[in-house]
Write a protein that binds this ligand. Structure first.
Ligand code: FES
Length: 93
């Protein structure tokens, strides 16, 4: 996935927006990333990725997510499976 792909599919929040939010707002907890256009407040699928992005920003080590290896379609398919298995529900509307 590149920076202009949506990491939060529920609220159409791009990876670029989340990274910029983390860089500028310096959230302490991943839950604070919800202030970035509601990221993570829908089905919950993207929350582990948001947590890893925050951890990654506080680390000198390289990326901890596998987002670079996932195509947008593969990411969306994984999220669809997560939702279909009843782990979370996307917002209505
Ligand atoms: S994909 Fe982010 S909350 Fe559903």
């Amino acid at each position: 996935m590149d920076l202009d792909e949506n990491i939060c599919l529920c609220f159409h929040v791009t990876l670029r927006k989340v990274k910029k939010f983390i860089r500028l707002e310096k959230p302490i907890r991943a839950s604070q990333i919800s202030q970035c256009y509601g990221a993570g407040t829908g089905c919950g699928w993207c929350r582990p990725y948001l947590e890893k992005l925050l951890a990654e920003s506080n680390s000198a080590e390289g990326p901890t997510t596998n987002l670079e290896d996932l195509s947008p379609d593969a990411y969306a398919e994984l999220r669809k499976s997560y939702v279909d298995q009843g782990h979370g529900a996307p917002p209505k509307g």
